[in-house]
Design a protein around this ligand. Structure first.
Ligand code: NAD
Ligand code: UDP
Ligand code: UDP
Length: 332
């Protein structure tokens, strides 16, 4: 007898489609992931507590027979029947995750325990959206998965960094102790349409500032580096990792190895928006990593994945998205 599904779609579900749970579904990455999985014909259940996510991000999916979304906080148990779980729930921008740091750690740690408990009971495969922040302010450059990191356990970023590190520990212990099928993905800075315009991350900040005629705020002297991955590339890597053989458990870096200083990024965005914006310099936040760039050798070898979208092309799509958002706000 077929296992119970999510609803009426179960009756007509394509033979090879799966019942997939996405936590953090109304967020930036979650909404793009749901879109891709729904397009592939899977039966997708999104959950979100709407802390940083927005209903508008998934509004276009609501009429589809193979998508549903439910308000739920991952720090509480959840009982559903699923084949795969993508665990993305967690605020990702420093401004948002430092707003309620205790809740941030709870989301990573209690959320991981609940989703791993669910995976253990159902036999589902589970992917954790971990982060390059597990490397902290790295002393190794570029960062390989073998590097253990340089993280301050008691600073303002620790609620996020240590929460994510503990979640990785839980994933590996559930794998060793309970044979849960795990996939741990270390995501490096990713950008694109549906980023929250006020989340304080560098790409959204600079584009919003350039579009609204405000000065571009560079923290520190702008010589710190980041590598920026366009969202479509990231989602492709995430799905490839989930679909890889069970022995591929990670951790695996997914990001774009192109490295830019924050000042270069500011200048590029100002030029592309065509703005006449002034660059202003502000204090560097505490424990702000000086450099970050993924070594993606494992992703290339194990997933045949590499980013395909150049920074300029990705920025152009992202600027179009924010331009529309700003004009909608002006006419509202
Ligand atoms: P986001 O803030 O847009 O999305 C996170 C989503 O999780 C939001 O919809 C939020 O409402 C939801 N959420 C938060 N706490 C929750 C809880 N307790 N229960 C249920 N839902 C909750 O961020 P994002 O950029 O889409 O990031 C998604 C995931 O990817 C996060 O786990 C983040 O740590 C990870 N990640 C993202 C990046 C990046 O550059 N975007 C980099 C590294 C890791
Ligand atoms: N859990 C859940 N959904 C399930 C199964 C478990 O949310 O379908 C939660 C459960 O409430 C528990 C956590 O996952 O708090 C860990 O479950 P596990 O079975 O590993 O531990 P135990 O229940 O023995 O504490
Ligand atoms: N940053 C900046 N101006 C801003 C926002 C961020 O110079 O308006 C810097 C920030 O200090 C950091 C880099 O840009 O060095 C990336 O910041 P973000 O918050 O996007 O991500 P993370 O620090 O988590 O990589």
């Amino acid at each position: 007898m077929a296992q119970a599904g999510f609803g009426e779609y179960e009756m007509t579900r394509p033979y090879d489609s799966k019942r997939i749970l996405v936590t953090g579904a109304a967020g930036f990455l979650g909404s793009h992931l749901c879109e891709r999985l729904v397009d592939q014909g899977h039966d997708v259940l999104g959950i979100d507590n709407y802390f940083t996510g927005r209903r508008a991000n998934v509004a276009h999916l609501l009429g589809k027979p193979n998508f549903e979304i439910m308000r739920h906080d991952v720090t509480f148990p959840l009982f559903v029947e699923v084949d795969e779980i993508y665990n993305l729930a967690c605020p990702a921008s420093p401004v948002h995750y430092q707003y309620d740091p205790v809740q941030t750690t709870k989301t990573s740690v209690h959320g991981a325990i609940n989703m791993l408990g669910l995976a253990k009971r159902t036999g589902a495969k589970i992917l954790q959206a971990s982060t390059s922040e597990v490397y902290g302010d790295p002393e190794q450059h570029p960062q390989t998965e073998e590097y253990w990191g340089n993280v301050n356990p008691i600073g303002p970023r620790s609620c996020y960094d240590e929460g994510k590190r503990c979640a990785e520990t839980l994933f590996f212990d559930y794998h060793r102790q309970n044979n849960v099928r795990i996939k741990v993905m270390r995501i490096f800075n990713t950008y694109g349409p549906r980023m929250h315009p006020e989340d304080g991350r560098v790409v959204s900040n600079f584009i919003m500032q350039a579009l609204t005629g405000q000065p571009i705020t560079i923290y520190g002297d702008g010589s710190q580096t980041r590598s920026f991955c366009y969202v479509d590339d990231l989602i492709e890597g995430m799905i490839r990792l989930m679909n890889s053989p069970d022995k591929v458990i990670g951790p695996i870096n997914i990001g774009n190895p192109g490295e830019f200083t924050i000042r270069q990024l500011a200048e590029k965005i100002v030029e592309m928006v065509g703005a006449d914006a002034e660059l202003v310099f502000r204090d560097l936040p505490v424990n702000d990593p000086l450099q970050r760039k993924p070594d993606i050798g494992k992703a290339v070898a194990l997933l045949d994945w590499r980013p395909a979208i150049a920074l300029e092309d990705g920025l152009s799509k992202t600027i179009d998205y924010f331009r529309l958002l700003v004009s909608d706000r002006r006419s509202a």
